[in-house]
Design a protein around this ligand. Structure first.
Ligand code: AMP
Ligand code: MG
Length: 325
C-alpha cells in the first residue's frame, strides 16, 4: 500500500510517501519566524503558500504517478488551528481529486508509531518531547496511556523561550545544546516533578533571573538541560519500573539532543532496558510518520470522511488503538 501523509501542526510543513516497508520520498519546508516565536497565522500562511509545491515534489521524488497513491492522510491535531486547517484542506482536495480514502492521524501517536517502525521496539515506554508536547506514555488495553506529562508548556517551547532571551532565533533547542556544551558550573534551578507530571515554565523564569543576575549563559544553558532532562529521566524510569516494560523509546524534536539521549541511555543500561530513538529525519515533525500511521489505522478499519474537523487539543489517550493487540 502506498500512503501519502501531510504534517503541518506547527512550524514544519512536511509531506511523506511511504509503503509498508520504507519511506519512498520525504520533503519539508519549515516556517522560520522572522523574530520571536511561532505566529499561528504567519505559519499557516507559510503552509498554504508552500503546500502544493511540496506535495508535487514529494510525488515526483517517489517516482510514482499520483494515481498509484492508495491512501491520503494528515495530522488531525493537536496543533495550531490555522495550520491544521491548511493541511486538512489540502488532504481533502487530494482525497476528492484522486478518489482515495482519507485518514486523520493524531500527531503524537504518529511519533510513537513511526518511532516503533524506525527502531523495531515492540512495546516500549515512550518519552515524547517536542515543542508543544512532553509526555511519558505506555500502551495498555487499546490506548497509549499517559503516565506523566507537562503541567504547563512543552520542553521544546521552554527551551525556545529561553533562547529568545539570548537573542537566538527559532528553533532554540539546538542552539542551547551548543552553548550547554561549554557550560562548566551547575546553577541551582527549580526541579519540578509532581507525582508523575513535570512543569517547565518556572524553570525558564528562574533561568531568566539568573541571566539578569549576570550568570554566564553557557552555565545557565548547561543547567537548564541538566535539570529538565533529569526530570524527564526520573519520570521515564518510574514508568518503566511501574509497568515492567523492558523498552524505552525517545521521540519528538527535543529527542535530537545528545545529552538527553546520554542520560536515558545510562538509566536504561542500569536496568537492562532496550533504549532506542528514530533516525533523525523521523525524530522531529514529519509527513512520513503520518503516512506510516495512516496505513496501520486504515488496515484496522479506520477511515474518515472529508468533512472531519481538525482537533487542536487532540489528546493521545483519546485514540482507540485498534491496530494493536
Ligand atoms: P517537534 O515539535 O517535534 O518538531 O520539535 C521541535 C522542538 O524541538 C523545538 O522546540 C526545538 O527547539 C526542539 N529541538 C530540536 N533540536 C533540539 C536539540 N538538539 N536539543 C533540544 N531541543 C531541540
Ligand atoms: Mg511533534
Amino acid at each position: 500500500m502506498i500512503s501519502l501523509g501531510i504534517e503541518g501542526t506547527a512550524w514544519n510543513l512536511s509531506v511523506g510517501i511511504v509503503n509498508d516497508q520504507k519511506i519512498l520520498s520525504h520533503q519539508q519546508h519549515p516556517y522560520q519566524p522572522s523574530d520571536g516565536g511561532i505566529h499561528p497565522r504567519e505559519a499557516s500562511q507559510h503552509h498554504s503558500d508552500k503546500i502544493a509545491k511540496i506535495i508535487k515534489k514529494t510525488v515526483s521524488n517517489a517516482n510514482i504517478q499520483p494515481q498509484q497513491i492508495d491512501l491520503i492522510s494528515f495530522s488531525l491535531g493537536p496543533g495550531m488551528g490555522p495550520c491544521l486547517r491548511v493541511i486538512a484542506t489540502a488532504a481533502r482536495a487530494l482525497t476528492l481529486t484522486l478518489e482515495k480514502p482519507l485518514v486523520g492521524v493524531n500527531h503524537c501517536i504518529a511519533h510513537i508509531e513511526s518511532g516503533k517502525w524506525s527502531t523495531g521496539l515492540d512495546d516500549p515506554i515512550i518519552l515524547y518531547v517536542s515543542g508543544a508536547n512532553s509526555q511519558v506514555l505506555g500502551y495498555k488495553s487499546k490506548r497509549y496511556r499517559v503516565f506523566g506529562e507537562t503541567l504547563d508548556i512543552g520542553l521544546g517551547n521552554a527551551l525556545d523561550k529561553f533562547a529568545r532571551k539570548l537573542n537566538l532565533n527559532h528553533p532554540g533547542g539546538p542552539k542551547i545544546e551548543k552553548l550547554a556544551k561549554k557550560g562548566e558550573k551547575l546553577i541551582e534551578l527549580p526541579y519540578s516533578v509532581k507525582g508523575m507530571d513535570f512543569s517547565f515554565s518556572g524553570l525558564v523564569t528562574a533561568a531568566e533571573k539568573k541571566l539578569q543576575r549576570g550568570e554566564k549563559k553557557e552555565d545557565i544553558c548547561y543547567s537548564l538541560q541538566e535539570y529538565s532532562f533529569s526530570m524527564l529521566t526520573e519520570v521515564a524510569e518510574r514508568a518503566l519500573a511501574h509497568s515492567g516494560k523492558k523498552e524505552l523509546l525517545l521521540c519528538g524534536g527535543v529527542g535530537k539532543n545528545q545529552r538527553l539521549k546520554q542520560m536515558l541511555k545510562e538509566m536504561s543500561l542500569e536496568y537492562q532496558i532496550k533504549f532506542g530513538y528514530p533516525k533523525k529525519e523521523l525524530m522531529g515533525d514529519n509527513g512520513a510518520m503520518i503516512a506510516h500511521t495512516a496505513i496501520k489505522m486504515y488496515e484496522s478499519g479506520i477511515e474518515h470522511s472529508p468533512g472531519i474537523e481538525v482537533k487542536t487539543d487532540y489528546r493521545t489517550d483519546e485514540v482507540e488503538v485498534k491496530w494493536r493487540e
